[in-house]
Design a binder for this molecule. Structure first.
Ligand code: GDP
Ligand code: MG
Length: 163
């Protein structure tokens, strides 16, 4: 059975951007069909001959229009139950918001393996403020820029160690 890896986080932290980056290689090989766009919630990803199933939990936003925080909690519960590993994405420019703390609580209670992924660090110099995310209470913290593709190799190495 392939490992299932979910990307969880509040709106606008870059979940879909990261999802698209991580499935890119596999997509290019298997589904290079111009003009075909669809919602991608689940996609197979590959790193160094290791296949895993990646889940963009934010995709649920498209189907539900109720209160954001309630919606996010629902997405998370649905996704984490079936996950082997959770990537908890946060915005390194904005810092910790209440919503991040709420998500952290849910993830901690789930008992699943969680990696905190601090996104939007688009420079090669890491601002010390990113370490505040250790306050969320998880051991593993990775610093990336999904947009610039910084840190994705190290993150993928860690993903395949945990699935
Ligand atoms: P989601 O709501 O969590 O799925 O977030 P999106 O992937 O839709 O991204 C939200 C916004 O953040 C978009 O405008 C992205 O272009 C932007 N974004 C995503 N990743 C990065 C990043 O690494 N750096 C910067 N500067 N912006 C990013
Ligand atoms: Mg999204």
């Amino acid at each position: 059975r392939k490992g299932i890896v979910s990307i969880v986080g509040r709106s606008n932290v870059g979940k879909s951007t990261l999802f698209n980056k991580l499935i890119q290689k596999k997509e290019a090989i298997t589904e290079d069909t111009p003009g075909v766009t669809r919602d991608r919630l689940y996609r197979e990803a590959e790193w160094q001959n290791n296949l895993f199933l990646l889940v963009d939990t934010g995709g649920y936003e498209k189907f539900k229009d109720d209160i954001i925080s309630k919606n996010i909690k629902l997405q998370i519960s649905l996704a984490i139950d079936s996950s082997d590993l959770v990537l908890f994405l946060v915005d390194g420019r904005v810092g910790i918001l209440d919503e991040d703390r709420e998500i952290a609580d849910i993830l901690r209670k789930s008992g699943k393996k969680v990696i905190v992924v601090v996104n939007k660090i688009d420079t090669h110099i890491t601002p010390p403020s990113v370490y505040e995310f250790y306050e969320l209470g998880f051991e593993d913290l990775f610093i990336i820029s999904a947009e610039q593709s910084f840190g994705l190799g190290d993150l993928l190495d860690e993903i395949i160690k945990n699935i």
